[in-house]
Design a protein around this ligand. Structure first.
Ligand code: SF4
Length: 324
């Protein structure tokens, strides 16, 4: 009974978070024809499952078409998805293209396969979406994928760049949407068990390219275990960016910045204590000058304060590449 209640709560949470992301980013609108990409992994099964539930109760009409690209990887069980989708009664299309052979032929042994493989896959999926008359392409990436991408781009690409919930496809033709953007991966793992999706292993291509992603994923899981709620906070941080407190001169006009003579809520609180509320008065207000000067001359605390020395980025990189 308890398990049933837990599962019901999980279903409600998945639907609520997915519905919220769809609404926040206006991912789906009336009349849309959405191609739902299915790989046979837990995330894409859950995506289709939840979108079907949401469509039943949505106040607008939209269509869902499930699409799988069979890349002819060795051991791919070609009958699993058609059988599942036929039972579900959802319109679907299986596209068979032997990209595996092409990639193996072109890329020398021991080199990474993913870059060419994903480029080929993307081109094929765009063509299929066009042929099926779809205007949107839904992918099963979730919260943890988004955070992993953010950290990977920081650690290895030196860019503050994540994975958006909605974007225009690189050929400019389709809207790509990620309705599971707010959903935590552990919920999807549990949902796959609850629904007993016929999972297809994702390692059939034999590529080792995702090693760094796996390491970063492990690091995120350890953080969440030690500090529950950290990953949700990280996701919220992606939705609450303060360009004036980053260092991108394209995003904020640092060169032409002028003093205003007025206090500002969004000002520099670097000398505030750790627990100072966001709207606390400026540290200078009401404090005698001698005290302020003294405070500024205090040696920097080693850690745990807003004015502690920034972390060494090389340490972050070492952590990311050695976490296991
Ligand atoms: S993991 Fe395999 S299937 Fe996925 S992009 Fe890389 S080579 Fe292609």
């Amino acid at each position: 009974m308890d398990l049933e209640r837990e599962n019901h709560k999980l279903e409600k949470r998945l639907c609520r978070l997915t519905g919220q992301a769809i609404a926040d980013y206006r991912m789906i609108e009336a009349g849309d024809r959405v191609m739902v990409c299915l790989s046979g992994g837990k995330d894409s099964y859950a995506l289709l499952d939840i979108l079907l539930k949401l469509r039943q109760r949505a106040p607008i009409d939209f269509e869902l078409i499930a699409v799988n690209l069979d890349q002819k990887q060795p051991g791919f069980p070609a009958e699993v998805l058609p059988t599942y989708l036929a039972q579900l009664g959802v319109p679907f299309h299986i596209e068979t293209q032997d990209t595996y052979r092409v990639v193996k032929k072109v890329i020398p042994e021991g080199k990474t396969l993913c870059s060419l493989c994903s480029r080929l896959r993307r081109g094929i999926l765009y063509r299929v979406a066009r042929e099926l008359g779809c205007n949107k392409i839904a992918l099963g990436h979730h919260r943890d994928d988004i955070l992993q991408t953010l950290l990977l781009n920081m650690f290895f690409g030196a860019k503050l760049k994540g994975m958006p919930a909605k974007l225009v496809s690189d050929n400019g033709e389709f809207m790509v949407i990620r309705p599971l953007a707010y959903v935590a991966e552990p919920d999807l793992i549990r949902w796959a068990e609850v629904r007993q999706f016929p999972l297809i292993p994702c390692t059939l291509c034999g590529s080792q390219d995702n090693l760094q992603r796996q390491q970063v994923g492990q690091m995120l899981r350890e953080w969440e275990k030690k500090h529950p709620g950290r990953l949700d906070n990280m996701l919220k941080a992606l939705q609450s960016v303060v360009p004036s407190h980053l260092m991108d001169r394209e995003l904020f006009p640092f060169e032409t910045l002028q003093t205003t003579g007025q206090p500002t809520d969004d000002g520099d609180t670097v000398f505030d204590g750790e627990k100072a509320p966001a709207n606390a008065a400026s540290p200078a207000q009401g404090v005698p000058v001698s005290v302020r000067v003294h405070a500024l001359r205090q040696p920097r605390p080693a850690t745990g304060s807003a004015c502690a020395a920034p972390p060494d980025p090389t340490q972050a990189q070492t952590q990311a590449s050695t976490a296991s």
